[in-house]
Every structure is written in structure tokens, then in C-alpha cells.
Design a protein around this ligand. Sequence first.
Ligand code: G1P
Ligand code: ZN
Length: 543
Amino acid sequence: MPTREVATKPYPDQRPGTAGLRKKVAVFQQPHYLENFLQSIFDCHPSLRGASLVIGGDGRYHNRDAIGTAVAMAVANGVAKVIIGQGGLLTTPAASHLIRLRGAAGGLIFTASHNPAGPEGDFGVKFNVAGGGQADVALTGKIHAHSRELARYRICDGLEIDLDRRGTQQVEGLEIEVVDCVEDYAQLMQKLFDFERIRDWIKRGGRLRFDALHAATGPYARRILVEMLGAPAASVVGGVPLEDFGGGQPDPNLIHAKPLVEAMMGAEAPDFAAASDGDGDRNLILGRGLFVSPGDSLAMLTAHLDRLPGYRGRVHGVARSMPTSRAADAVAAALGIECQQTPTGWKFFCNLLDAGRVTICGEESFGTGSDHVREKDGLWAVLAWLNVLAVTGKPLAALAAGHWHRFGRHYFQRHDYENLSAAVAAQVTSALRAQLPDLPRREFSGLQVTHAEDFAYVDPIDGSQIEHQGLVVTFGEAARIVLRTSGTGTEGATLRLYLERCEPRDGALERPAAEALAPLAAIAEQITRIGELTGRKNPNVAT
Ligand code: G1P
Ligand code: ZN
């Protein structure tokens, strides 16, 4: 089959964001657009030559086409072997695991995560490196710069691959292995968690519901929760992946997983419910009558991690992204383990995980995970929680109440102001940045600012530095306000305002978050004037 060099024109907009290159489907469908970006990856990461490459995606519209292109370009660029999830499906954490398991030199994951899918929706590509983590800032910068100069790409014509048939096919010196997308991942989960205890918890009447939101985790949840752990088949809803995710947005939060949240507030609620996102790396955790905020989930899992088989005696530290609430810090202090604060984006955890400095990490954006892979992992969080419920024998609400009584409660909310003009978003940010030096020691409704900064990070392992990762106003241990610009949106600019307030252990621990945070939201408006400058009375989404 002929390998061709195709002349291409560079696309100036191929700058990867917080998690890969994410654009509207129509953008990806432009002639040579995907090819251009992929060639840039092959050129900037020469270790793929002669090595293995993992390929999969979240199953959204355009996934199969993109995989076909990626395989045809892999052949033409000298990759020795590609390993593809059956049907083109791999969740992000399963892909990360497969890269590690097979010693692959990298992986291509076609996903726009929790963004809507379909011809009008979004598409994306993430590039992961050996070890299973996302390409770091230096490599993504290089790939972007190269994509702007690229004049040619290499592709092999006429490849016919059957994505649905498991097994190995040989084409043009390339070995193509189509694997069961669940098997290896399920085995890994079995090593980490006490499946026997969870099975027993279910047998004794523990009820759970998992909503895959018609995205990639469906087959994983059916195999693990139903077939391996014995949950009734009806426990998994939205378990069949659809190209448009059934028209909904596969974003496991209080807004987009509303039916699940409402079911958990009713009298017939099961003991535990959870949902994941398009590519299976996010998680929403609910108990009967209770939403566990991601910051609390991280803190509570850290507190219990040592009781789970895969982690016994090896919980070395915890990391959280900067805007994530400081609930985990309190647990780390009590356990005497390291606690790290990193910029937003999972890739910043990878060095710490590789070095064994931290064992568990999480982000406020419904991401939790551990050193078992180098991505956040939705089903991992679900299984970790089920294991905690099984070993403690307590309802989730009682565990949360106990946690808050011991450590205090970090009320947390994120307010998103979406689809703003770039100019307005920049105006809000620069106005706050300009004020930062004057804020310390000023008092707002009884809260005194102790520190105000434009967050910069020095990686403790490789010394790499990054600036402007969000503006932070800290009121001692009591509260924080954070403002940052999203790096994953595909329409206009999105500003995120993060509010965190710690209620001491003897305080009012059982209030709705919005109510507990209302005074801080007013202070945030006073300081940032975000409502006034954007002309928005309310954020588009508050989670
Ligand atoms: C968002 C989240 C961030 C997460 C990323 C990828 O990025 O805030 O925590 O790592 O999606 O899932 P943002 O749009 O804020 O840049
Ligand atoms: Zn995701």
C-alpha cells in the first residue's frame, strides 16, 4: 500500500489546552486538520518510530474516522505496532493503563471529555507519552510550534482495518492489535480493591446506581459492577455508548446529572450513586440525600485509603490542583503525609506520582485518581468508594458527617461564566491582577485577606516553571477566592470563580453549600466585580 507525502497548510489554532487539542467537530473536519496535528506529534516525539502506540477514544461522533486516519499515519511514520480498543473505544484511564502495561511509547486518545458530541458538538485529541501521562507543557508547546510550520504529512492509503474484530492484523509491516477495551483495566481494579468485600456488601443489600451517561464507561461499568461484583443489571443506566451521548452533555455534575441527583434525594434512593463523563476520567459521588463535593471526596478517600488492599502501608502523599478545596490538606496534616498544590490539569500530578511523592490526587472538577495510572479515573473513584462503604459498614452520609466533625467542612463552589468575549474575560482578570498587591490585610465582612497572588508553580521534581495559573485571594485558613480562565472551552472565553470557606468542626456543618457560601460570593463580587464587568447577573453554571 502506497505511503504518500501530502502537502498541507499549517493551521495556526492548534494550541493544546488544559487537556489536549479540543475544537468543534467542523474544525476537525477541515481538510488536513487532524493530519497536520498528528504529523506534528509524530515529528516531535520520534520515540514512536519502531515502538507501540495505543489508540482509542470516547466513542463520540468522528471517533472512528479519526482512528482510521491515525492508524494510516502511524504506518507511514514507522510505528511498529498499534493497540486499539475494540470498536475504537478506550476510556482515558484505560488508555493510560494500556500504555503502561504494554510499554508503549505513547497513546492517542480521541475525546473532548465532558463536552457535547455529535456533528455540531466537540471533538478532541490528547497525546499521552510513555508512562501513561499526558504530554507535558514543554512537549505540547513544541507540537504546537511545529504544527504552525508543517508543510507535509505522511499517510498510507487504502488501509482496511476492522475495529470491531479482536485480534492481530498485519498491514504494511505494522501490527494492529484490537483488544477488549475492558479486560486489562478490570484486572487492575481487582488488584487495587477488595472485590470480595464489595460483592458481599451488595449481597447483603447494599444498593448502587451508576450512570454512564451513554458514554465510554458503559461497557466497563456493566462488566465490573454487574458481572464481576454482582450488582443487578438495572444498577447501570446509560450503559450503552452512543455517538452523541444520547443528546445530553456527559458531564457528571449537579447540573448535567440532574436526574441522578434528584433520585438520590428521594425516599427510594439507593445507598450510593455515581456518574462519569465522556471519556471516563471524571466522577460524581452521591450518597442518599448527599452530594459529596470532589474536594471532600479526595479528602475522605485519602483518610480511608490505607484500608484498601492496593494501598495498605503505602499512602505517601496527596496532591490537589490549586483551586481544589483545602479539605485534603487537613487530612494530610493529620496523617503526617505530604500535601502538594499543583496548577489545574492532571499532567501536573504525573511527576509527583512517578517519584512516589504522592499516592492519590484530585481536582475540584470531579477528577480523582491515584498512582495506578497517570490520568484521573472515574470508575476507580466509584470502586474506591464502594470499598470504603464495604469496609466501614457505614452509610455515606454518616462518613461525611464524621469527617466534618473531625476536620471541619470546606464548603466549595465553582461559578462558571461561559462564552464571554476574550476582551471582557481579560478585563476581569487584569482588574483583579492589578489589585493583588493592595489586598493583603484588607478586611471584607470580617474576613481578612492574608495573601493574594498570581499563582506560579515550580515542579518539585524537574524544576520546570509555569506562571499565571490563576489569581488567588486567601483569607487565612478560613476562606479563598480563586479566579482563572478555562483552557478547555471551544466557544469564547470561560472564567471560573472558585469559592472555598472552611466551617470549623464545631460550626454549622450541614448547610447547603450555596447558602454557606453566599457571604463569600458577595465578597468575591466586591473584589472581582465579575458580575458587573461581564454584565451577567449569575454564572451560567454553579457546581
Ligand atoms: C477543566 C478543569 C480541570 C481539568 C480539565 C480537563 O479545565 O477545570 O480541572 O483538568 O478540565 O478535564 P479548564 O477548562 O478549567 O482549563
Ligand atoms: Zn474527561
